[in-house]
Design a protein around this ligand. Sequence first.
Ligand SMILES: Nc1nc2c(ncn2[C@@H]2O[C@H](COP(=O)(O)OP(=O)(O)OP(=O)(O)O)[C@@H](O)[C@H]2O)c(=O)[nH]1
Ligand SMILES: [Mg+2]
Ligand SMILES: [Zn+2]
Length: 282
Amino acid sequence: MQGIVYKSTGSWYNVKDHSGKMWNARIKGVFKLDEITSSNPIAVGDIVDFEEEHQNEQTVIITHIHDRKNYINRQSPRAKSQQHIIASNIDQSLLIATIKEPRTSQGFIDRFLVACEMYHVPAIILFNKIDLYKDKDVAKFEKMKEVYESIGYQVASISLKQGQNIEPIERLLKNKITLVSGHSGVGKSTFINAVIPDASIRTQNISGWSGKGQHTTTFAEMYELASGGKIIDTPGMKEFGLIGVERQELSGYFPEMKERLNDCQFNNCLHINEPGCAVKQR
Ligand SMILES: Nc1nc2c(ncn2[C@@H]2O[C@H](COP(=O)(O)OP(=O)(O)OP(=O)(O)O)[C@@H](O)[C@H]2O)c(=O)[nH]1
Ligand SMILES: [Mg+2]
Ligand SMILES: [Zn+2]
């Protein structure tokens, strides 16, 4: 039998087969897929083969993972040399960012975008909680919007609390598999509840905001949209560490650097302080 992984807890997986039946699945033994070891061998979005474990139990064993069209990975927070696959086989990613409560740094956004570029996953940056922005926060947002739009990313702003600007984003989700990422507390689950009222995902009410989220969502899970398409909720990330990318190739994943790489004097230029660097000349 074949199915798609809808939820992963690390030891158990929910796998939906072609008829729409959801199975409780697990793996046996060690799955090694590529050179980098993964802290999670199977991720939400994976297409897997499975077989029944025991006749009368509802549990199944995953026997094979189909090649991934793409995936978004990051450094495992627990084991730095391992990768953690956030989700696979996605059409686009929606990075939810916030200027405050909590603040999303430009470095975090950049690293996430590099991971998306590595696997050619289109990314949309969505600034939430605009109801909280004061003038100086609006100015910060405008600046970020200008920077990221100028290099080709789509940037939007919403307030989930006030139900502002949600429809245009909802339209982007139609018939696509969308990964939702961002820091804890930015409103990822609130967003999914807004576009799928039946999802009823638990969200955290912030009282006495400490600046960092408290990780309300603990496992990645995929939900189905009434308009067609699927959306993946993920646990909030504190940091986003890149993995599987060499220093040398990093600039190839920044659209604004990529277009001038060939003009540098040295072809192994890291664009830090080399003479004749076309990227630095900008
Ligand atoms: N002021 C304001 N609060 C919001 C908005 N959107 C979401 N929130 C609140 O932000 C808090 C965190 O929202 P969640 O949806 O749980 O955040 P999350 O990104 O899923 O967090 P994790 O599951 O921990 O990764 C909740 O109290 C939401 O009500 C918004 O537009 N404005
Ligand atoms: Mg959540
Ligand atoms: Zn250079």
